[in-house]
Design a protein around this ligand. Sequence first.
Ligand SMILES: Nc1nc2c(ncn2[C@@H]2O[C@H](COP(=O)(O)OP(=O)(O)O)[C@@H](O)[C@H]2O)c(=O)[nH]1
Ligand SMILES: [Mg+2]
Length: 253
Amino acid sequence: MTSIRPTARPAGVPAADPAAKAALGWMHTARFLTTAAQLHHLPRLDLPEIAFVGRSNAGKSTCINTLAQQKQLAFASKKPGRTQHINLFSLGRQNGTDAILADLPGYGYAAVPQQDKIRWQRVMGQYLVNRENLTGVVLLCDPRLGLTELDELLLELIRPRVEEGLKFLLLLTKADKLTKVEAAKAMQIARLNAGGGDAQLFSALKRKGVDETALRLRGWVDEAAPAFAEAAARRADSVDTEASDEQPPPTDH
Ligand SMILES: Nc1nc2c(ncn2[C@@H]2O[C@H](COP(=O)(O)OP(=O)(O)O)[C@@H](O)[C@H]2O)c(=O)[nH]1
Ligand SMILES: [Mg+2]
């Protein structure tokens, strides 16, 4: 059970710069869209999608809730029976969803039966390799534990897509548990592990890295938006052409 509650900015802490404020405001619009146990149950969406992945207990739910400033947004994935689901959240104004956040279940939890683990790894693998609108991946890692074998596997899996432009962020969670020296060292290692991607220290407890992460995700979506808009326009065009190619219905007289 997540014990850390997202807190408002403490008094005395300077307000975020306007861009960070806007990015945070955008994250706060996060709302539940749908849940799916298998890839083919997910709706096809023509919006940039950002996936949050990481081993169980890495701090994923807490991170999503902190970014969204909502106590239980990512709580659904912790409910029994939904633990193996991909949960999607919409981002953007109510009638102007402009991005999707995907919460993938944590992996590596010892108590999960082996066959469930294997099934889940397959679903997650398929998602990361095949999800067409996947724009970015945030991999959460507790730097005190470092990357696990499954994290490494995941990195291998997405590497080809990262080389083709998929955004990637290695988020080092629970940074409040590290000394300055440890944090600096963890970042050094993380930058190496992140390959072409970025690394960022994050603490829900101390609100460290929250603005930076929101800004980065907003940046990914802004960068991807024109390509999604173009694709949507092309599809609309081809629908128009198909419609105008259709023969008029026969008349009675
Ligand atoms: N000290 C500290 N603990 C955290 C932080 N984020 C999460 N935790 C704790 O780590 C545990 C796992 O967090 P949770 O978000 O449920 O992880 P998940 O399994 O990846 O979703 C919980 O006990 C949280 O309270 C943080 O920023 N600082
Ligand atoms: Mg969780």
